[in-house]
Design a protein around this ligand. Sequence first.
Ligand SMILES: Nc1ncnc2c1ncn2[C@@H]1O[C@H](COP(=O)(O)OP(=O)(O)OP(=O)(O)O)[C@@H](O)[C@H]1O
Ligand SMILES: [Mg+2]
Length: 171
Amino acid sequence: MSYIEFKNVDKKYQMGEITINALDDTNFQIEKGELVVIVGPSGAGKTTTLNILGGMDTATSGSVFVDGKDVTKLKGKELIKYRREDIGFVFQFYNLVQNLTAKENVELATQICKNSLNPDEVIEKVGLKDRKNNFPSQLSGGEQQRVAIARAIAKNPKLLLCDEPTRSTRL
Ligand SMILES: Nc1ncnc2c1ncn2[C@@H]1O[C@H](COP(=O)(O)OP(=O)(O)OP(=O)(O)O)[C@@H](O)[C@H]1O
Ligand SMILES: [Mg+2]
């Protein structure tokens, strides 16, 4: 079995009378250590795929195996643990905490994880050493995105899921 197996995954959104098939029998496998890029037009289902893989959304049907366990079956504390310890997520729209500085945003993530990396070192890696005490509103779009990248990397997760991570920045 591959490290990640997406099997016959459907995702339907019901909007009143209309059903949107965001994912229709999606299948793929990813091996451990692989770097994979999902490419497709706007609305193709890229964010939906990442959200299901990261345990932030549920599939309508199908199964999603990560490291041997079916994450579509996780509930309650198990699901929280999976999202907290196994997943690092760079959101398409950053989702930074606005009243925390860049460094505090990264620290917040590392404080809840077991094998986290040093926040200062990760911030330096994304080139924000001189910006770490700024609040998100005091940063450019690309800088905010780099804080979001640092926050995900600093968790040292099994899976780093990045939704258009270079939309606003070039590292
Ligand atoms: N919460 C929702 N309710 C209803 N429809 C949704 C919802 N979220 C996504 N969709 C629809 O599902 C489809 C896939 O959306 P998704 O966000 O996964 O696309 P995407 O490939 O990430 O697009 P983009 O490149 O624009 O970010 C789209 O048609 C979208 O309108
Ligand atoms: Mg998207």
